[in-house]
Design a binder for this molecule. Structure first.
Ligand code: ADP
Length: 542
């Protein structure tokens, strides 16, 4: 690293470290703003450091329209911030990636990545070539993953108690902790509902985004929130005379309109006789009747379509005692198909008995507040579900939803990879102690950056202690001593700031989240270390 390149790298790193921090010193009240300052070198971690752990603080985010958002979710906070520095933008991306990959650990990953960069800075300043630092970081990453795997324990996903405890510990730090039992049960029920195993490959599929939909209905108590054994849609029947309650309905799902089919593109018809005009109208009616007859033949009770239902079609359906619901969203139609066992058909002519869904136990429409909702419940083995969230205000329901999503992600991660790592900084401390031991065996100059990873890992337990007002130096030393004796399940009690055994304290996290957090943090630090200059891509005006 020489001359301007070294300066560039130091500038990039120092820039990132500096950029994000200044805006936060204003305290918990944060305005959406561009973070362009280059002074006040500190770390990215400062941004959301106070948001880690069970004693975390909330941030109040103000948007330019005057709206507010109260949250302690790292990803949600960083999403709201406008950052100007390109490297800082990549840091913000980190927490989004983490959220998409495993849905949890978004605060931890930023704190850890920030600390990695802070630890790398002195090496860059001492003219250690970034490639050497990167190589040491990569080596440390491999060893760290090995340690995390070694100290993790298997979990029985069929054991409700154990699973509940696990999801609860991930929710313990969130705003909903008062309702954590309810939220954990909701998350577990929803994930169990949508989890499917492919018998041929043995692969598990848990697509919560697609098949477990949260329906937020302001009003009522949070305790009234529940996972339905079926679905809810914000829809009403198309005609007031249609039935609003049907037991064991036969369900038809369509994605075609039940209307007269117009020409594909613009059509002009010239008519000279009145009789021809009447004939055209008759043809339109016949076409709609033919479609309805085809459906009525199969004697369904309920027809859902993604498109429109004409007045005439409604008339035939009312006569045949069929309830129709129109303009259902594609995603909702897919979920109804999973819950009721019906197949979505896109031409009425193709409709067969086997396409009819019969697994729903009860269809009914209910008015909640000012709106009508369609319920399809008591489904036998539904493979899709709705989670109804109630609460006193929209802001509260939104925050509850974010936390519920986190809990569902935890449950999903464990369903995929049923291994747990001790929480409360125990895993990070175990990694730190092991890496410090191994650093002695690393040859050459790489030893120092390798040891820096060990130091950086301590940031999680240290922050947990600091956030609950504990004595960081004293408690951290006690914790280090425990781990040096091979007692890897010891971590921090995030409420009291004391050293406790996680086996008794009961804070566990999915192995997948821990591995992903460390991987993302170290790899992103390596990526930023490779940057030696920032070049603007603005083209010259000619
Ligand atoms: P993230 O967005 O990274 O999940 P959280 O604020 O949820 O951030 O904090 C998670 C960290 O807090 C994890 O390291 C977890 O082990 C730890 N933690 C959670 N509950 C406790 C607790 N009661 N005591 C100590 N640490 C805890």
């Amino acid at each position: 690293c020489q001359g301007s390149a070294c300066y560039g790298r130091t500038f990039v790193l120092g820039g990132i470290l500096a950029l994000l921090s200044a805006a936060w010193t204003a305290g918990a009240l944060i305005r959406r703003r561009s973070l362009t300052t280059r002074s006040n070198p500190s770390t990215v971690a400062d941004v959301i450091r106070t948001c880690l752990g069970p004693r975390s603080m909330l941030k109040m985010l103000l948007d330019p329209m005057g709206g507010i958002l109260l949250t302690n979710d790292g990803n949600a906070i960083l999403r709201e911030i406008e950052v100007a520095h390109p490297a800082a933008k990549s840091m913000v991306e980190l927490s989004r990636t983490q959220d998409e990959e495993v849905g949890d650990g978004t605060t931890s990953v930023i704190i850890l990545a920030g600390e990695m960069l802070a630890q790398a800075l002195p090496h860059v300043q001492r003219n250690v070539h970034p490639i050497v630092i990167i190589s040491a970081f990569k080596k440390a990453l491999e060893d760290a993953i090995q340690v995390i795997d070694d100290i993790s324990v298997p979990v029985d996903i069929n054991n409700q108690e154990e699973m509940l405890q696990l999801v609860k510990s991930s929710l313990g730090t969130k705003f909903v902790s008062r309702w954590s039992d309810l939220m954990c049960n909701l998350a577990l029920d929803a994930v169990r509902c949508v989890a499917q195993e492919d018998p041929s490959t043995g692969m598990r599929e848990v697509d919560i985004k697609r098949y477990a939909r949260v329906e937020k209905i302001p009003g009522g108590e949070i305790e009234e929130s529940k996972v339905l054994d079926g679905l809810i849609l914000n829809k009403d029947v198309t005609h007031p005379k249609m039935r609003r309650r049907i037991e064991n309905p036969r369900v038809v799902l369509l994605d075609c309109p039940l209307e007269y089919k117009k020409g594909e593109s613009q059509t002009n018809i010239e008519i000279t006789k009145e009789a021809d005009w009447n004939r055209i109208l008759e043809i339109e009616e016949e076409q709609v009747k033919a479609m309805c007859d085809k459906i009525i033949e199969l004697k369904p009770d309920l027809v859902f379509t993604e498109k429109g239902v004409s007045d005439l079609a409604q008339h035939y359906f009312v006569k045949a005692n069929i309830t129709a619901i129109r303009r259902v969203r594609k995603t909702d139609n897919n979920r109804i198909a999973r819950a009721t066992g019906a197949t979505i058909v896109n031409r009425v002519d193709d409709l067969r008995e086997s396409d009819i869904g019969t697994q729903c136990g009860l269809f009914h429409i209910e008015k909640i507040g000012d709106e009508y909702f369609t319920f399809l419940t008591k489904c036998k083995e539904p493979k899709a579900c709705s989670i109804v969230l109630r609460g006193p205000s929209k802001d509260i329901i939104n925050e509850v939803e974010r936390n519920l999503q986190d809990a569902m992600c935890v449950a999903r991660n464990v369903f995929f990879n049923p291994r747990l790592s001790p929480g409360g900084g125990a895993t990070e401390m175990a990694v730190s102690v092991k890496l410090a031991e191994k650093a002695k065996l690393v040859q050459g100059i790489e030893q120092w950056p390798y040891r820096s990873v060990s130091d950086a890992m301590e940031v999680i337990p240290r922050t947990l202690i600091q956030n609950c007002g504990g004595n960081a130096i004293k408690v951290l030393t006690q914790l280090r001593a425990k781990h040096a004796n091979g007692e890897h399940s010891f971590g921090i009690d995030g409420h009291e700031g004391k050293v406790v055994d996680m086996k008794e304290y009961g804070v566990w996290e999915p192995n997948a989240v821990k591995v992903q957090t460390v991987k993302t943090a170290i790899e992103s630090a390596c990526m930023l270390l490779r940057v030696d200059d920032i070049v603007s891509g603005v083209s010259k005006r000619g």
